[in-house]
Design a protein around this ligand. Structure first.
Ligand code: B12
Ligand code: SF4
Ligand code: SF4
Length: 384
């Protein structure tokens, strides 16, 4: 009996071996938590949902019980191994005739990348350590940030994302739930102090209070998740952000410790680095899919993406983009037609006024008709 027990790795050895395996997989940070460590966050999730702050993300509601309580998700799990991948600091801002894509989305789609790495670590747990596992990242019904904070990888900053003392705001998260009983790490303490930079930086005032986000106002939600006509009040503030937003993350003082991603697959691709808006507005479904194959951008679909691009064109004040907006006025997608009309109004109010009545007579979509119903001729006008 004693010999058999001695052959099994000790808890300390198992933790060290898992950590080594995770680093070998390419993760930058690893921590251990109990599944029950994040249940307090579940109550906050319920409040968030009750106030409707999730907008149209019904999938956040669907499995709220599992999401709120990891012990209900898989009662047999004794530990959570939280793995984090650094995706590096963002690049410089670009000129208004080019789009800005959130840093996390500039390289390969992280979902598959993380899943592959998590499975590599999980194989070690199911193999030499003979335990059961379930692997989660992003789309699974898990509150990942509170678990990461409980495992000592960072704390949830006032912008609600995890902040790391070593990597700043730039970590992507994934978890391995396991039946293995692993000693947890100590939770990281909140080090935001009196700072409020992220709250002040938000272009759309999406934080009703520190540590709380109203996703309905967040540019990341509006440009990636939201499938409708983006409300007028947000369009100017969106600027040239065509997919996601990094503003609250980028201003965090803890980014002074940020490091470039060593995972080359996350490095920005040429087609996601300051892409010209004119090129993007001309994409059809096939060319969109081809251009963004293997990236997270492909998931949002062409229509939503070109809708965002037209908002950026409307904000550009670039007269050379007027013909680009015009070319989308007859697009098959109402989302695109609507924002083409808005862009025309912004860049050339007189041209918009000249087209209005003919367009209204021909347009069947209520959302697009609204865009052709402006009485004022203010726009922002292209500058020459
Ligand atoms: C839905 C979602 C979104 C939504 C809503 C974001 C949000 N903050 O909830 C939208 C589309 C807006 C979004 C945007 C982004 N997302 Co997102 N998103 C998710 C997802 C799928 C679920 C998050 C969730 O459950 N939200 C529900 C609410 C209730 O959670 P919460 O905001 O964390 O709420 C907490 C606080 O309010 C806090 N709280 C409330 N009151 C108080 C008071 C005190 C004192 C304290 C301490 C805390 C506190 O408690 C709540 C529970 O933890 C996760 C993946 C996952 N499965 O966890 C990725 C995830 C959070 N997203 C991620 C990323 C990278 C982003 C973006 C940076 C992408 C981009 N550049 O555009 C932005 C950041 C915007 C922002 N400031 O949050 C990463 C974050 C990694 C990290 N370092 O934290 C995750 C973890 C994905 C991943 N696997 O890496 N996202
Ligand atoms: S991601 Fe952008 S829009 Fe969303 S909360 Fe942060 S700064 Fe505001
Ligand atoms: S910017 Fe300031 S308040 Fe916001 S997360 Fe970073 S340290 Fe906290």
């Amino acid at each position: 009996m004693a010999a058999a027990r001695d052959a099994r790795p000790t808890n300390k050895d198992a933790r060290a071996a898992i950590r080594a395996r995770a680093l070998q997989a390419g993760f930058d940070a690893v921590g251990f938590a109990r599944p029950a460590a994040a249940t307090a966050a579940g109550e906050r999730l319920r409040q968030f949902l009750a106030e409707g702050r999730h907008g149209d993300m019904a999938w956040l509601e669907n499995r709220a019980d599992w999401r709120a309580d990891p012990t209900a998700l898989w009662p047999e799990a004794k530990s959570v191994i939280v793995c984090a991948l650094n995706y590096g600091a963002p690049e410089e801002a670009t000129d208004a005739s080019r789009g800005v894509i959130a840093t996390y989305a500039r390289g390969r789609d992280y979902h598959e990348l993380l899943k592959g790495k998590l499975k590599f670590v999980a194989d070690y747990v199911t193999g030499p350590l003979s335990a059961d596992v379930k692997v989660f990242t992003d789309t699974a019904p898990v509150l990942e940030k509170p678990l990461a904070a409980a495992s000592g990888l960072g704390w949830q900053g006032k912008h609600t994302n995890l902040v790391s003392r070593t990597f700043g705001s730039w970590l992507l998260l994934g978890e391995i739930f396991t039946t293995l009983d692993l000693e947890p790490d100590a939770a990281e303490l909140d080090a935001c102090g009196t700072c409020s930079r992220c709250l002040d930086a938000c272009p759309t005032a999406a934080f009703p209070a520190p540590y709380q986000l109203d996703a309905r106002r967040c540019i990341s939600y509006l440009t990636i998740e939201y499938d409708g006509h983006i409300a007028d009040e947000f369009r100017a503030a969106i600027g040239n952000r065509i997919f996601g937003c990094d503003d609250c993350l980028a201003v965090c003082p803890w980014n002074k410790y940020a490091q470039t991603a060593h995972e080359a697959k996350l490095h920005p691709r040429a087609e996601t680095t300051a892409p010209p808006l004119a090129e993007l507005a001309a994409l059809d479904d096939a060319t969109f899919r081809k251009r963004f194959a293997g990236t997270s951008i492909k998931r949002s679909g062409r229509d939503r993406f070109v809708r965002n691009v037209l908002i950026a064109i409307g904000n550009s004040r670039d007269p050379s983009l007027l013909s680009v907006a015009r070319a989308r006025l007859d697009d098959d997608s109402p989302l695109v037609r609507a924002m083409a009309a808005w862009a025309l109004w912004r860049l050339a109010p007189a041209a918009y006024a000249a087209e209005r009545s003919a367009r209204l007579a021909a347009e069947g979509d209520a959302g697009v008709r609204t865009e052709w119903s402006r009485a004022d001729a203010a726009g922002v006008q292209a500058t020459t």
